[in-house]
Ligand binder design. Structure first.
Ligand SMILES: [Zn+2]
Ligand SMILES: [Zn+2]
Length: 185
């Protein structure tokens, strides 16, 4: 599962079209155990690998479906997550070509090219796939673009119904903002 065997990469490259349970990827398993995020579909990877000397460039897409919690109304909702995958597998040995900066650990930042160190004849893509999915998750999930959230007074989900608090401007802590005069610049 999500293992690339270097010797099976032919001159025209190598294509991977696999899916695996999110729970089978240690990073995603840990994420769903420690957060409210749950994976409802397997992780699907459509990747293409090609050799560049002893390095392997891998790109494609990875996708899955998650249940997230809306950061405004706290409702759970399902969301498809799809992201472009891009990484370079580099053999783990002292001599590293100058074009790739020496990396002892896999980059978590997501910018630039991710480097997967590998030993022997196979590259384990599971952590990199999991990381790229995690990075594609929204930082502030919203069930819909214009989610109205919860009434801060009575807790009513304003997407579903209305309450009388809103019309009562005196109760609105932000009402005072309307009467503020901002200095002209
Ligand atoms: Zn919402
Ligand atoms: Zn209310």
């Amino acid at each position: 599962m999500f293992i690339l065997h270097i010797e099976s990469i032919s001159a025209s490259g190598w294509a991977l079209n696999e899916q695996a349970d999110a729970e089978g990827l240690p990073l995603l398993h840990a994420l769903s155990r420690e957060t409210l995020i749950h994976f409802t579909r397997p992780v699907q990877a459509q990747l293409h690998a090609r050799r560049l000397g002893d390095q392997v460039a891998i790109d494609g897409t990875v996708k899955t479906t998650v249940v997230l919690t809306c950061s405004r109304c706290l409702e759970h909702f399902e969301s498809d997550v799809e992201t472009n995958f891009s990484a370079t597998a580099v053999p783990e040995r002292p001599v590293v070509p100058a074009s790739i900066p020496k990396e002892e650990e896999i980059e978590l930042s997501g910018d630039g090219i991710d480097v997967i160190p590998y030993e022997g004849e196979s590259v384990d893509l599971r952590n990199e796939i999991a990381q790229q999915i995690i990075m594609a998750l929204p930082f502030k999930p919203l069930c819909q673009e214009h989610c109205k959230g919860l009434c801060s007074h009575c807790g009513t989900n304003l997407n579903r119904s209305t309450c009388t608090c809103q019309s009562d401007a005196a109760n609105n802590p932000f009402a005072v903002l309307k009467s503020l005069k901002l200095p002209n610049k």
